[in-house]
Design a protein around this ligand. Sequence first.
Ligand code: FES
Length: 98
Amino acid sequence: MPTHEVEFVDLGATVTVSDTETILQACIRDGIYQEFSCRVGMCLACSAKIIEGEVTQPAARSLTEEETEEYALTCMARPQSDLKLERGRYPPSITPQK
Ligand code: FES
């Protein structure tokens, strides 16, 4: 079963994620704190900025097409390569408007 290493650069922790699980599932399994709420790709609480690498997240419909290249919803995202992520970074579409 193929796996990828996902490094959280803000935490200095790495989790191994198989191609049959999401990044969030691997974090919960290994006891790595990752914020989440809905677990269905709607609330964006689990968002992380993609620093390096690629994910697939076709069910992350709350992100714009551009945002899916830059942000991972860890409850939906499955790595397609080794990754570097920064937790707690949110896409511009949820930034409060002034
Ligand atoms: S936990 Fe809500 S979008 Fe991931």
